[in-house]
Design a protein around this ligand. Structure first.
Ligand code: NAP
Length: 325
């Protein structure tokens, strides 16, 4: 009998056909799995689960006694209780590497847009307010030659820093759990304690994963250390930052501008002031959202789950401890 895979997320027809060669595949269409009765009904039969933005609860796991593997279509897995999966012998697979460069492009787009006021001034033109030559009131700040402070210096952090150092002549500082000597060598990057980095950098970019340690890592105290001319970019996860403190820091002029791809609550609440602040560039969590990259992420998830359910080691395995060769 074929094993059963439950899919919640966008797979191409070719990818669905690839899964269908070896598995029984059920695609769920609800906005979120939790809102989809068909998804919940199918859990008891599922051997594999593919999805993006999955928030896995112990109740789901109790309802899925046959589950062998979960493949998230993302590199982050903050909504998934990894230790609980490991305890139950369920493999967790993610999609690193294939989204690194695209997400770094989005991060750098936010650095440029917030520094040079691209969105605010495009709106100025759209409104018909461009009536005379622009002056000081429309000036932004340079990116070229500035000091870039990376909070998190893994795959995406390094790719953003590479753009800054090699493309924009930037000096790179980083704060990261472990030292990165190869990147120090490649980019001339210097490691700093986070407080020193906040004080020294002109542009700060967050790329740490959301964990118990990094939740609300950046708040009022950290914003108070930044230069008033500073630019703050978050391309990681919204809950790494205390959003109310960021809003206050922007209002008080402790931080000049922010570029945000991620928020504490997504989609962003209609009550949030952030999209209405002229010095904020807010994007709808599009870090990896290009056709090519989303297809590559889905393909990685398909390959991961196929391998896991056929007894082969998945390409990107998060919980090595759960792997039984
Ligand atoms: P990664 O390669 O694992 O990099 C994360 C880095 O953060 C690592 O270098 C890690 O240090 C460091 N780190 C972890 N905990 C830390 C802490 N408490 N203090 C300081 N540094 C810490 O991951 P990645 O592929 O770059 O992705 C990073 C995150 O970006 C993902 O987890 C995801 O949440 C987010 N993301 C967002 C989007 C988007 O659409 N906006 C897209 C993709 C990813 P070590 O090297 O010492 O382990």
């Amino acid at each position: 009998m074929k094993k059963h895979i439950l899919v919640h997320g966008r797979l191409t027809d070719v990818q669905l056909a690839q899964l269908g060669e070896h598995f029984e595949v059920q695609v769920c269409q609800g906005a979120t799995p939790a809102e989809d009765p068909a998804f919940l009904d199918a859990l008891p039969r599922a051997h594999g689960l593919i999805g993006s933005g999955l928030v896995i609860t112990p109740e789901w796991l109790d309802a899925a006694p046959n589950l062998e593997a979960i493949a998230t279509i993302s590199v982050g897995y903050d909504g998934i209780p990894v230790e609980e999966l490991t305890r139950r012998g369920i493999l967790l697979c993610n999609t690193p590497d294939v989204l690194t460069e695209t997400t770094a492009d989005t991060g750098f787009a936010l650095i440029l847009a917030a520094s040079r006021r691209v969105v605010e001034l495009a709106d100025f033109v759209r409104r018909g307010d461009w009536q005379a030559s622009i002056g000081e009131a429309q000036f932004g700040s340079d990116v070229y030659g500035k000091t870039l402070g990376m909070i998190g210096f893994g795959r995406i952090g390094a790719a953003i820093a590479r753009r800054g150092a090699l493309g924009f002549g930037m000096r790179v500082l980083y704060s990261n759990a472990s030292p990165k000597p190869a990147l120090e060598q490649e980019l001339g990057a210097k490691r700093r304690e986070m407080d020193a980095l906040l004080e020294e950098a002109d542009i700060i970019c967050v790329t740490v994963p959301l964990t118990a340690e990094t939740e609300h890592l950046i708040g009022a105290r950290e914003f108070s250390l930044m230069k008033p001319s500073g630019i703050f970019v978050n391309i990681a996860r919204g809950r790494v930052v205390r959003e109310a403190d960021l809003i206050a820091a922007l209002e008080k002029g402790q931080v000049r501008a922010a570029g945000l791809d991620v928020f504490e609550q997504e989609p962003l609440s209609p009550e949030s002031p952030l999209p209405h602040m002229p010095n904020v560039v807010a994007l709808p969590h599009i870090g990896s959202a290009t056709r090519e990259t989303r297809d590559a992420m889905a393909q990685r998830a398909v390959d991961n789950i196929s391998r896991a359910l056929q007894g082969q080691r998945p390409i990107s395995l998060v919980n090595e401890e759960a792997w039984r060769p």
